[in-house]
Structures are given as structure tokens and as C-alpha cells.
Design a protein around this ligand. Structure first.
Ligand code: ZN
Length: 494
């Protein structure tokens, strides 16, 4: 019989249903003894790296990339801890021998299963390479029963799509029977926040499944703080979820260069709308309604409001109703530093002074290069000292050029249309170049101009008429609700 130490499990993350209501079969169990067994199981399953089990419903989330649960902000209106079992749990419990806690099998009465015997309930996370069947096998469930459980589950749950870290809440029961020492009486799995599937063992030993649907409602949350090092790290530390953080960075990216412009003392502030289930779980990643950032140590402040014009895409606008989107990106690379500016200079390879007709951005080889603006490709290929070169024509008699690429992206060919921000190639050192960098040019009327000056003054669209009226009303409403929004991670919400 597999020893319970092979559970590979963690302390209960939460119980999808309170143990008291789930204990239909177990109401005769002596609470004292049940708790003791539960404690024993929990302490056996506790991994050394695990923090104290303060994991009430709604206090954790799943990491967007690893899928592992991560601690979450305290929920302002979160439900109470559902069970008396969890609250009594001390952080450190000496590990007892589970065999001494569980009763010895009663050989005098080998059948039928005794549902009055001690039970345990635990949350188990799927590890790398795990399947539901493998987990149940480790728990000591019989193969025939596993097959039945998996069949019932597979009816509604894509078992091959479960992520690492997916929690299974299992309810196990010891039987007074040596051949079948452990029986699964319940299994809950919640592949998405709005939906849980609960498998239960019937009195006749078969399994059935019911679906539990949780209602979802939006809530407003606000996070703010000082930028300490990087905007990303500071906003993450303040509890801003991954999606809204990416939105915020993008909303400011036309105005702010996060590597150059942020100085000590700069602050960010963001209002996020996120959907939560009725039992306090985030149902989505959320979206930014408003955000503000200062640059230059408080010298400049940028505010953006989310808005959807009647005939346009939903995106961000300044408080005056000017779109944050510019016709051209300020920097056609995400990670870079300016290594040489536009103007006269001594050429590093040719060794004589001439006009440097663009801006050089130093970046690691292979860094994606983004089309600075929407347009169509007019040149793509080898071009002398420029190496691999792409030139894009934009509205307003403008064109941008990208030189020394290690590789031109597939589909970027003469006359192909490109979107703003589309990857058109990768940083390299082809042609006359001393090291990996992007040489970026901007042409107006066929003549090179300074891209950095031009990007700053590039045209923006402004809301007008009915759109502007609606936008102003929305700004007022956003400003109003911002003051009462719950705060993420206990940060100050000045
Ligand atoms: Zn250059």
C-alpha cells in the first residue's frame, strides 16, 4: 500500500466547498479524531518551503505564466474561512507516524465499505508530468476506480489541458478492508474560476459529477507606489496583475522611455477593474481604467483614461481627450539604449566625418525590431553597408528605415502592409557595423530627419463631438470611483 508520504501535496489551499456541507457521509465522524487525522495528513504533506497556511478562499491567485498559486491581496469583502479545521492549524506540527493515527484495518468485517471511518480532505497541486490519474494512483486509489473517476471527469474537463499547479481537492476515506485501504469519496477540480466540477462517490460505489457555477462581478482596485528601480518590478510589488501592467506600460510607451525618463522619486498610480467570483477568486486579469505616472523625478505627469470612441478601438486618452497613440513609435525596440544620435560624427568604420542619418540603438542580437508605424514595405533585403535593411512608407510623406538586421521577419517583403509595433526583423550587425545595433532612420519627403525630434511632435488624434462629450463624462466618473476603490496589497492610495 502506498504510504501517504508519497502524496506530493501541499497544505490545503482552500476548499471549494466547506467541509461541513461536504461531509454528507461523514457527519458521524468524531470531530476530535477527524481533526487529528487531518492535522497529521497536513503536516506530512507540508513542504519545507511552504509558508504558513493562511490560505483562505480568495487570498491566492494563479501565476499567469507558471500557473502556480501566488499570494494575493486581502479581499475587502472576501468570504469567511469556511471550516473549523483550518483555523486551529499551528504553523509547525511535529510529524506523527500516520499509521499510528489511522485505525488498523478491521479484518473481521472485510465488507462493505465503512463510510463512518476517518476521512481526510486535501488540496493537491499537479506537478510537472502529473495527470489526475497519476495523482490518484499515488494516493492509493485502485486502478479500476481511477479509470471510472477519470471517465466521469473527462466528460466535462479537458484533463490533458490542466496546467501545472492546478489544484485537485480530494476527499479520501479509509476502509476497513486490506485490499482497498483508501477510497476517494470526493474530488473537486476548478479548471476556470467560474466553474468547478465535483465528483462524488455514490453510496453504491459509482461516481457522478456535478458542475458548480460561480457568479462573477467586477470590482475596482487601485495600486500606487514609488518606482524603485523598474516600473515593472514596482507595479508587480504593488499587486498590479500581469495584464493591466502590460496595458499600463503600453499606454505610456509613446511618451515615456521607461529606461531613460524614470528618476528617483517618480510614482505610478493605477485603477484596475477586475472580475471576481462570488467566492472571492479573480475571474480575469483585469483592465486598466486610469493610470498616471511621473517622470524626471516628478517633473512631468502623464495621465491616461480608457475610452472607446464610437468608430474606433478602445484605448487610452489624455485627460483632454488626445489619443496616446502616435503615428510613430518613439523607439522601435523594447529593450535598447541610444548609442549614437542623429547628426555629424566620425564614422566608426569608415573613419571620416559625415552626417549620421539616423539614430543607433544598441540592443542584444536577436532583439525584435518593431515597425514604428503602420504602413507598407518599400524596401526589404541587402542594401550595401546597411546590411539587411527594411524601409517602410507611412502616411504624411514619412518613411522609416531599419539597418544591420540579423534577419528580416517572414512576410516582410516589398509592398507588404505592416501594423505599428509589428515585428519586422531582428537586431544584428550585418553590413558596415561595429557591433549589434539597430540603425533607425526617419525620412520626410525623401530626406532623413532626426527620428527623436520627430517622434516627440508626431500627430495625435483628438476626440471630438459626441465622443468628446462621452469621454468627459467618463473621466468625471472614473475620477469619482477612483477615490473609493479598494487598494491592492495595502499600499497607500493617495
Ligand atoms: Zn547608425
Amino acid at each position: 500500500m502506498p504510504h501517504p508520504q508519497a502524496f506530493m501535496a501541499r497544505p490545503p489551499l482552500e476548499q471549494i466547498r466547506p467541509a461541513v456541507s461536504a461531509g454528507r457521509h461523514w457527519k458521524n465522524v468524531g470531530m476530535c479524531f477527524g481533526s487529528l487525522v487531518f492535522l497529521a495528513m497536513v503536516s506530512l504533506m507540508a513542504l519545507p518551503s511552504m509558508k504558513e497556511p493562511d490560505t483562505a478562499v480568495g487570498e491566492f491567485d494563479f501565476h499567469p505564466e507558471s500557473g502556480r498559486p501566488v499570494a494575493l491581496m486581502a479581499m475587502p469583502e472576501g468570504p469567511e474561512m469556511p471550516t473549523e479545521m483550518l483555523t486551529e492549524m499551528p504553523p509547525e506540527v511535529p510529524l506523527p507516524d500516520i499509521a499510528k493515527v489511522l485505525p488498523a484495518p478491521d479484518m473481521s468485517d472485510p465488507s462493505p465499505p465503512d463510510f463512518g471511518s476517518p476521512h481526510v480532505e486535501a488540496a493537491i497541486e499537479l506537478q510537472k508530468g502529473d495527470t489526475v490519474a497519476r495523482v490518484l494512483d499515488r494516493l492509493g486509489i485502485e486502478a479500476a476506480e481511477i479509470a471510472e473517476i477519470v471517465e466521469v471527469l473527462a466528460d466535462r474537463v479537458r484533463l490533458d489541458r490542466l496546467p501545472i499547479g492546478q489544484a485537485l481537492i480530494v476527499k479520501l476515506q479509509r476502509l476497513h478492508e486490506e485490499e482497498k485501504p483508501t477510497v476517494l469519496v470526493g474530488l473537486s477540480i476548478r479548471p476556470e474560476p467560474q466553474r468547478a466540477f465535483n465528483v462524488e462517490r455514490d453510496d453504491d460505489g459509482g461516481y457522478s459529477m456535478e458542475e458548480e457555477v460561480f457568479e462573477v462581478a467586477p470590482r475596482l482596485m487601485r495600486a500606487s507606489g514609488e518606482v524603485d528601480g523598474s516600473v515593472i518590478a514596482s507595479a508587480e510589488a504593488a499587486g498590479v496583475p500581469h495584464g493591466p501592467l502590460a496595458e499600463m506600460l503600453r499606454a505610456f510607451s509613446w511618451d515615456v522611455n521607461f529606461q531613460h525618463d524614470i528618476k528617483p522619486g517618480d510614482r505610478f498610480d493605477v485603477l484596475v477593474e477586475r472580475s471576481w467570483t462570488s467566492d472571492g477568486r479573480p475571474a480575469d486579469d483585469g483592465r486598466v481604467l486610469w493610470a498616471e505616472i511621473t517622470t524626471g523625478g516628478g517633473a512631468d505627469t502623464y495621465s491616461v483614461y480608457r475610452f472607446k470612441p464610437r468608430d474606433g478601438e478602445e484605448f487610452f486618452y489624455s485627460p483632454e481627450g488626445e489619443s496616446v497613440v502616435k503615428a510613430l513609435l518613439r523607439t522601435p525596440l523594447n529593450m535598447s539604449r541610444i548609442s549614437s544620435r542623429f547628426g555629424q560624427r566620425r564614422h566608426p568604420v569608415l573613419k571620416f566625418t559625415r552626417l549620421h542619418s539616423g539614430v543607433d540603438f544598441a540592443a542584444p542580437p536577436g532583439t525584435p525590431i518593431l515597425a514604428a508605424g503602420a504602413g507598407h514595405v518599400i524596401e526589404a533585403g541587402r542594401f550595401g553597408g546597411y546590411g539587411n535593411w527594411v524601409k517602410i512608407a507611412h502616411d504624411g510623406n514619412l518613411a522609416t528605415g531599419y539597418a544591420h538586421l540579423s534577419r528580416i521577419a517572414p512576410g516582410v517583403k516589398r509592398s507588404a502592409r505592416v501594423r505599428q509595433g509589428q515585428v519586422i526583423g531582428y537586431v544584428g550587425s550585418t553590413g558596415l557595423s561595429t557591433g549589434p545595433h539597430l540603425h533607425f532612420e526617419l525620412h520626410r519627403g525623401g530626406r532623413p530627419i532626426d527620428p527623436l525630434t520627430m517622434a516627440r511632435t508626431a500627430q495625435r488624434t483628438r476626440l471630438a463631438g459626441k465622443d468628446l462629450e462621452r469621454f468627459k463624462a467618463q473621466v468625471a466618473e472614473t475620477d469619482r470611483v477612483r477615490e473609493t476603490a479598494a487598494t491592492l496589497r495595502g499600499e497607500e492610495s493617495n
